[in-house]
Design a protein around this ligand. Structure first.
Ligand SMILES: NC(=O)c1ccc[n+]([C@@H]2O[C@H](COP(=O)([O-])OP(=O)(O)OC[C@H]3O[C@@H](n4cnc5c(N)ncnc54)[C@H](OP(=O)(O)O)[C@@H]3O)[C@@H](O)[C@H]2O)c1
Length: 268
């Protein structure tokens, strides 16, 4: 367990927690003392021929087990973020089990790898549904509880450099992340009066299934990090509220230099 327990007494929800960046953040939150709801679709180990198996597959049960083995507390809840009922159930079961919601991370995301001339509608629809609709509907279902608690809270999403720059063959993905950024930054203003922080965190290039271990064309120049590189920044962000840090789009690599503990921030 981490030496600092700055999230003690808080309940966190992380989507896309079965592997990659979401699994790392879930473990980091638990180490910092939070009770963590780990949510995504995969409950049981993927078959060896699953597309991501060789990149280190994972399940929500496995993430919860890792947390328990390290002395933390986690609840795995199956959730497909494209399904409204699953998102509503995620909020309801969290409240029923832990009694509150303090931290919500919209991390689940999918790619949309195709030049526009070849773009299949089904691929685009799935990308927009997972990367934009899911994160907003998740907020719709968690916010009533967070507002009712009157103790502030922290919501953030995991965006991408593709939201602000060209990535070869990724127009649909770029569009989804740019829309997600705008949605969360607007939501920050909407819920500021409830002392709930809403921010947008860009992780950099991370060694996971999604970017095929750094194989995305046009990103070779960006240093590649392991999923755990996000932990310190994510834990600090999770501990914020609207009076300390909100409405910001921040880079993980700039944590501790441009933003973070002791660094003044403009929140106008
Ligand atoms: N890796 C990078 O370099 C990089 C860079 C910038 C941004 N990002 C962003 O970081 C986030 C995490 O990506 P990652 O790199 O860790 O990729 P990853 O290893 O592929 O993990 C993606 C996670 O999203 C979940 N997910 C996908 N579709 C879902 C759905 N319909 N419902 C619920 N969960 C779903 C997956 O779980 P199940 O399959 O179990 O549902 C998995 O846990 C994404 O939003 C991605 O856009 C990554």
């Amino acid at each position: 367990m981490a030496a600092t327990r700055e999230l003690r007494g808080k309940v966190a929800i992380v989507t896309g927690a079965s592997r990659g960046i979401g699994r790392a953040m879930s473990q980091a939150f638990a180490s910092a003392g939070a009770q963590v709801v780990v949510a995504s679709r995969t409950e049981n180990e993927a078959p060896p021929d699953a597309p991501y198996a060789k990149y280190g597959s994972g399940t929500i049960n496995d993430t919860a087990r890792r947390i328990a083995e390290a002395g933390g507390e986690a609840l795995p809840i199956p959730c497909d973020v494209t399904k409204t009922d699953d998102l509503r159930n995620l909020a309801e079961r969290t409240i029923k089990h832990f009694g509150r919601i303090d931290i919500v991370v919209s991390n689940a995301g999918v790619d949309c790898e195709s030049p526009v001339v070849n773009l299949e509608e089904e691929l685009l629809d799935r990308c927009l549904t997972v990367n934009i609709r899911g994160p907003i509907l998740l907020c719709k279902y968690v916010l009533p509880q967070m507002i009712k608690q009157k103790s502030g809270g922290s919501i953030f999403c995991i965006t991408s450099g593709a939201a602000t720059g060209y990535r070869e063959g990724r127009v649909g993905y770029s569009m989804s992340k740019a829309a997600l950024d705008r949605a969360y930054l607007s939501l920050a203003s909407e819920v500021r009066e409830h002392n709930i922080a809403v921010n947008v965190l860009s992780p950099g290039r991370v060694d996971t299934w999604m970017n095929r271990r750094g194989d995305w064309p046009g990103t070779e120049h960006i240093p590649m990090e392991q999923p755990e590189s996000i932990n310190e920044a994510a834990v600090w962000l999770a501990a914020q509220n609207a009076s300390t840090f909100t409405g910001q789009r921040i880079e993980r690599s700039e944590f501790g230099t441009n933003w973070g503990p002791g660094i003044p921030v403009s929140m106008t």
